[in-house]
Design a protein around this ligand. Sequence first.
Ligand code: SAM
Length: 253
Amino acid sequence: MNQHTRKIVDQFSKQAIYFARIPGHAEATPLLIDSARVSPHDQVLDVACGAGGVACEAARIAHHVTGIDVTPAMIQQAKTLQSQQALSNVTWHTGDVTQLPFPANNFDVVLTRYSFHHFIDPAGVLAEMVRVCKPNGRVLVADLVLPPEKIAAYDRMEKLRDPTHVGVLTESRLRELFATYGLSNLQCCGYAFDLGLDQLMQASFPNSGNTDHVRDLIVGDLGVDDLGIKVHLRDNAVWFSYPIAMVVGTKEA
Ligand SMILES: C[S@@+](CC[C@H](N)C(=O)[O-])C[C@H]1O[C@@H](n2cnc3c(N)ncnc32)[C@H](O)[C@@H]1O
């Protein structure tokens, strides 16, 4: 396991319980399943599945869903969710998604949510997703995207909040990657994922001394929007909106 992956496991072992409880994660999940056109005969792979919210939602429709994540504590949360929902058609793997432990042309749908900004080589992970997808299957990536001029300030703040953050992509870079790896029929849509600053900080484990700095950077962005996440007040509390893009493409036959 390389140093970055060790940091991921350390950070998400701390975040696991809190991440699973963040309201709003579940709300956008049906849109994702719909966009990937998951159907009852499908074998689905959820890459960096985390606490299993997307995989379990897909399992309500698909024939079978496989979730893979490198953080055992996240997989544990996913197993708990699966048993709460009494789903029998889900299998979990603990492993690194930079080399997916599955044969080529194996899944009808390969998707990932909120993971690309954690990858040192997102193009390499996308190549792996395409490899394990069947011809005519769908590949979907959903993640925060920002205009180029917002990325430096956002990445700086986010690396302080979560030391495993690598970098946000622009939507056009994401689409470019899809085209590079032979995905066609590209469809893109977006949604806003709203979160309160207090909820975010409860689920955050910055390196010591950085908590106040992160809060200050977000609060200081009220009415400025250097970070690109539209910081605003709601009932006197600080909230913001992550702009999420979902890109879906078909693997050419
Ligand atoms: C922000 S969470 C998203 C979880 C889930 N996809 C969701 O949308 O709820 C990011 C997840 O990516 C996982 N992750 C990051 N890098 C990984 C890698 N190289 N291999 C496997 N999992 C990874 C982390 O363990 C974490 O569970």
